[in-house]
Design a protein around this ligand. Structure first.
Ligand code: SF4
Length: 382
């Protein structure tokens, strides 16, 4: 990638020749594999195996143009060039953090800007991808919530985040992209059909080729969609819990008013997990609000019938933030309680904090601490 620094911060990544958005054309990356098969066979009048070759070029081989698709006959390449478009987003900027994390921004055909986060670590590379422009869920600790929901991302706008990240961070230099989490902007299960179709392409051997254990959808708790997901696709599930009482969860995650904790927990108990798989419970620790031992004790009771692991995420501060990050001692005390009660509980180290790319920091600045909890937070502040 090139490093053209500019006043907006970050740098403009190199964009391969041939990458352009052509919204007036047929969008191949918004098709499922079956739809692409039908398009090649019925609309273009080609043999079925050509659809497989095209699919392979689009995803596994990350072709930037039809021209590159050397095993397709020239006539077919010209037909495709004339009728169809290969890209749904173009890279806009990359914002690196000293720890190697990069926030990546992309521009869509209508000017919307979406974000992904590249998170390298010793044994894996993870990409956190967005599923919507903004979000309707209104979690009070989340920057994206402030934007409201502008629109859903299409299948191709989701999968192209992965295609471009692989191009920006080539395997030979950075190692393979191993994990994808749908935890960027948006509630993926609120854009259910496109999110599931995109995950099918992610886990297709001839597509993006990721292991289905290593593709994770992270939800705020849309219960009917969780129930449907378990029937529809075999990927990993993560749920943002963030509170152990309905009173607090109603305040910080309004989705709880529709699907309160008891309903959410029952859905997780009934979720059809494959053998040796577990649900990830994500818990953002907010000082004085949900980081006490009484919260840990309630969590232990609440999760006792769910095969799960728990990710504890100390709150990531940002400008305008009314919430506070708990001290390391409080975080470790919380973790110790869970471990003593036989839970696998990890403290998820904050990555990319400098790039404003960590959990709950995508989108525009600002959030409000609910009034009734301000006192509690103030009381625990030294
Ligand atoms: S935390 Fe997730 S679900 Fe909640 S508002 Fe932010 S993006 Fe939406």
């Amino acid at each position: 990638m090139t490093h053209d620094h500019d006043p907006e911060g970050g740098f403009v990544p190199e964009c391969p020749a041939g990458v352009e958005l052509r919204p007036d054309k047929i969008q191949l990356k918004d098709m499922t594999r079956d739809q692409l098969d039908a398009f090649v066979k019925d609309t273009l009048g080609e043999k079925r195996f050509r659809a497989e070759q095209l699919f392979n070029w689009m995803y596994a081989r990350r072709a930037a143009s039809f021209e590159e698709m050397s095993n397709l006959p020239r006539g077919l390449r010209l037909k495709l060039e004339d009728a169809a478009s290969l890209h749904r987003i173009v890279p806009r900027r990359a914002y690196p953090s000293p720890d190697g994390t990069h926030k990546l921004t992309f521009t869509c055909h209508d000017g919307a800007v979406i974000e992904s986060v590249w998170i390298p670590s010793e044994d894996r590379n993870t990409l956190c991808v967005s599923s919507q422009v903004g979000c309707a869920m209104g979690c009070t600790f989340c920057l994206t919530a402030r934007m409201g929901l502008l629109r859903n991302l299409s299948i191709g706008e989701i999968t192209d985040q992965i295609t471009f990240a692989r191009r920006l961070f080539p395997e030979e230099e950075h190692g393979r992209l191993t994990n994808v989490v749908m935890r960027g902007m948006g509630e993926p299960l609120h854009n259910y059909d496109n999110a599931v179709a995109a995950m099918r392409i992610m886990t297709d051997d001839k597509g993006l080729g990721l292991s289905n254990r290593k593709v994770t959808v992270s939800t705020s708790g849309l219960v009917p969609a969780i129930e449907k997901l378990g029937q529809d696709i075999n990927i990993s599930l993560a749920v943002s819990l963030n509170a152990t009482t309905d009173e607090l969860r109603d305040e910080i995650m309004p989705v709880n008013k529709r699907y309160p904790l008891a309903v959410l927990i029952k859905a997780l108990e009934d979720y059809p997990l494959r053998p040796r798989r577990r649900i990830t419970i994500e818990y953002v620790l907010l000082e004085g609000l949900n980081d006490g031992l009484e919260d840990a004790a309630r969590m232990v009771q609440m999760l006792k019938r769910i095969p799960c692991k728990i990710n504890l995420i100390p709150w990531n501060p940002h400008p305008d933030s009314a919430f506070k990050r708990p001290s390391r001692d409080r975080v470790e005390r919380f973790q110790r309680y869970l471990i003593d009660n036989h839970y696998n509980a990890l403290i998820r180290e904050t990555r990319g904090i400098e790039a404003m790319a960590a959990c709950g920091q995508l989108g525009k600045p600002g959030e409000q601490l609910p009034k009734r909890f301000r006192k509690a937070a103030e009381a625990t502040t030294p």
